[in-house]
Design a protein around this ligand. Sequence first.
Ligand code: ADP
Ligand code: MN
Ligand code: MN
Ligand code: MN
Ligand code: MN
Length: 349
Amino acid sequence: MKFSKAEYIWLDGAQPTAALRCKTRILPYFSPVDANLDKFPEWGYDGSSTYQAEGHSSDLVLRPVRVVNDPIEGEGNYLVLCEVFDEQGKPHATNTRAVLREVLDNGGKKHQPWIGFEQEYTFFSNNGHPLGWPQGGYPAPQGPFYCSVGAKNAFGRKIVRRHTEACLESGLSIYGINAEVMPGQWEFQIGYRGIEGESADPLTISDHLWLARWLMHRIAEDEEVTVSFDAKPVKGDWNGAGMHTNFSVNETRKEGGLDFIHNAIKSLESKHMEHVAVYGHGLDERLTGLHETCHITEFKSGVSDRGASIRIPLHVQEKGYGYFEDRRPNANADPYQVSARLVKTVCNV
Ligand code: ADP
Ligand code: MN
Ligand code: MN
Ligand code: MN
Ligand code: MN
C-alpha cells in the first residue's frame, strides 16, 4: 500500500514569541490533484506541552486550514498548516489567525488588501556564532556583506538556495532573496509578485510566511544550522533583523492613490502605539534610530527614506499610486497580527 505523509504545522503558546510545532500523520496515499483540505482530518495534541493548556485539561484540536506540497518528503506528501481550537470548538487564545480572519470578514476584504513581507533572519552555527563569524571574535565591519557574492562575504547560500527551491515547489509566493548587511544574515520576501491570477491577500500571504519560516528551520536543521528570527541577534553595532511590511489596498493602487496613502499615514501615526504593541518582541532594541530605523518613540514618513517608520518607494511617488512600506515590524513579529493591525488602521475596520 502507498501512503502520504502529512506534516501538521501549528503555532504554540510560547511567550513572548510563538514558535512553530509540527508532527507527522500517515494517511492513505492521494495525489496532489486530490489533496484538498477535507482529505486531512482534524487532529489533537497535548496543549500542556506547548504552553497552551494545563495538564488536567490539555487536549487541543488542530484544524487544517492550508495544504501545500511537501518539498522535503517529495511528491504525494504534504505540509498542513493548522489553526488551534479548544475542545468546545472555539479558537484558542493563541490563535491569531482567527483574529485576522475576523478583521478581513468585518470589512477588510472590501478594500482588497495586498501584502508583502521582507523576512530577515540570521544563521547560527553550532559554536553559537552567526555563520561565517570567526570563533571568539568579530568579522570585518558591516559594508561588504549586503547583496554580496563569494565565500569571503556570503555565508549560508546552500541553505538559502534549497529554501528558495522548496518554497517554489510548495507554491509559496516567494518574491526574492538577498544577503543582508550583517554577515550571516539574509532576507527572503513573501508576498505580492504581480503575477496574473495570483492572490496576495494577507491571510494567504501570512500562511505562506509561516510555512516558509518552517521550511527554513527544517532545511537548516539538516545542516545543523540554527535559524534565528530574533530582532537583535547580535548586540552592538550590528544591524537588527526586521520584517518590513509592504501594503496596498484597492484605493492606493489606482490614480490618486498617493492621496489615500497620505491619509493612511495620518491614521498610522495616530495608532503608532497600537502598532508597536504587536510588531514583535524586543522592538525597542531594534528601533533605535540607527541602522536604517526610526526611533521607536518617533513616527516619521518619507519618500525613499530608510530612516522613516513608513517609506513611500520612489517609484510609487513618481507614478502617483501603488503601495507603502511599514519598516517597523521585527523579524520575530507574527504576520497575522501585523496584517490584522494594518487592515484595521488603513481600512478603518
Ligand atoms: P526593499 O526595497 O524595501 O528591500 P524588496 O524588494 O525586498 O523591498 O521587497 C519588496 C516587497 O514589496 C515584496 O515583499 C513585495 O511582495 C512587496 N510589494 C510589491 N508591490 C506591492 C503591492 N502593490 N502591494 C503590496 N506589496 C507589494
Ligand atoms: Mn503521546
Ligand atoms: Mn528588502
Ligand atoms: Mn532587508
Ligand atoms: Mn524594505
